[in-house]
Design a protein around this ligand. Structure first.
Ligand code: PLP
Length: 387
């Protein structure tokens, strides 16, 4: 049967992420160590699991409100205020979503009309472009450079703005580079946002994972609250990827529009996960702190090791990725990643998976045990020596 004629062009126009290709290939290479997935190696803290089990035992197996359980929305507001000095109303400005992934999708779909341009700093997390295309919009990739520590620069951003630009995605701490933006740097971007009357989707899913620098929420910058849709979630900070829990925080008028798209999309986030989320927000600060400490140890080890091998590696101050340059090897990032997997038995993601600006780099996740990291480093070193 020719299914091609049935499938919508917008689905044909997007592709499966290259990360999945490498993730699947790892299984084909016996003994390979995977540094390719952006997922904590920790299991969810047990008190969070217990809260979820308790909710089941109490029979809480029904839908919640579309925007999420009110108590969870209150906890999210407390958290955003306590950690980032942001103020949102739980009754109308928070929507609990199925991971930050769904939050990105519903935010973009609520705002973008055919022909609208979405500015996306690149290298970029793989979902922003496809979500924009599925909404009928046009992704416009704005390069960031290692020379600028992969921070979005206002003068570069401005070059890509046209009368059709509507939305800027601001994803810091960044996947795949590990870059963070300081308050001063964000203020410079805020100036451009205001000048060109843009809205911002601030994907701050890694906000709790910064090292030696406090995260600044974009919505906290002067006059940016009203222009920002903040996205965050539980996957990275609480090691809760499988629970599929995230949220959107936005000014009421925007949030209420997003809520309609969310309602017809998923009705609500999983109830059991929402109970887990309440416990995470109430009593999970200590868990985050101990995981952050461990990531930081691995981060230092990995960056130092990569530099000792002669690879140029800027210091990532957020998330859990290192993004060294492999340009010196003369290989493309895809050739490098494929050969490292087959010959060196270590899986990393080629920078090209994150767009053109990622070419010449590879992404290594250090959300992996120290033992595996140490072995991976040995293997990468001997692979480089063999070239
Ligand atoms: C930058 C970024 N945003 C969003 C997500 C999606 O996270 P979630 O598990 O909450 O859907 C990820 C996951 O890798 C990510 O790296």
């Amino acid at each position: 049967m020719d299914y091609g004629k049935y499938v919508a062009q917008r689905a044909k126009d997007i592709e499966i992420s290259t990360i999945r290709y490498f993730f699947n290939m790892v299984k084909e290479v016996e003994g390979a160590i995977s540094l390719c997935i952006g997922e904590p190696d920790f299991t969810t803290p047990s008190h969070i699991n217990e809260a979820a089990v308790q909710s089941l035992n109490e029979g809480r197996t029904f839908y919640t409100a579309n925007a999420g359980h009110y108590r969870l929305r209150q906890e999210i507001c407390d958290f955003l205020n306590r950690r980032y000095q942001l103020t949102y109303k739980p009754e109308s400005e928070i929507i609990v979503t199925v991971g930050a992934s769904q939050a990105i999708d519903v935010a973009i779909r609520t705002l973008i009309e055919p022909g609208d341009e979405v500015l996306i700093p690149q290298p970029a997390f793989v979902a922003y472009g496809p979500c924009t295309l599925l909404a009928g919009g046009t992704p416009v990739y704005v390069p960031t450079y290692i020379e600028d520590n992969f921070v979005l620069k206002p003068d570069v951003l401005e070059k890509y703005i046209t009368p059709r630009s509507k939305l800027l995605i601001l994803p810091y701490p960044n996947n795949p580079t590990g870059a963070v933006m300081t308050e001063e740097e964000l203020k410079a971007i805020a100036g451009i946002v205001k000048k060109h009357d843009l809205l911002v989707v601030a994907d701050e899913i890694y906000s709790e994972l910064t090292y030696g620098i406090e995260h600044t929420a974009f919505a906290k910058i002067d006059e940016m609250w009203e222009r920002t849709i903040t996205i965050n979630g539980f996957s990275k900070s609480y090691a809760m990827t499988g629970w599929r829990l995230g949220y959107v925080a936005a000014p009421e008028e925007l949030a209420q529009q997003i809520l309609k798209v969310h309602q017809y999309n998923v009705a609500c986030a999983p109830t059991i996960s929402q109970y887990a989320g309440i416990e995470a927000m109430r009593n999970g600060d200590g868990d985050i702190a101990s995981m952050r400490k461990e990531y930081d140890k691995r981060r230092k080890f990995l960056v130092t090791s990569l530099r000792e091998m002669g690879l140029q590696c800027f210091e990532p101050k957020g998330a859990f990725y290192a993004f060294p340059s492999i340009k010196e090897t003369g290989l493309t990032s895809e050739e490098f990643a494929k050969r490292l997997l087959w010959e060196g038995k270590v899986a990393v993601v080629p920078g090209s998976a994150f767009g053109e600006s990622g070419e010449g780099f590879v992404r290594l996740s250090y959300a992996t045990s120290m033992e595996d990291l140490e072995e991976a480093v040995k293997r990468i070193k001997s692979f480089l020596n063999s070239l």
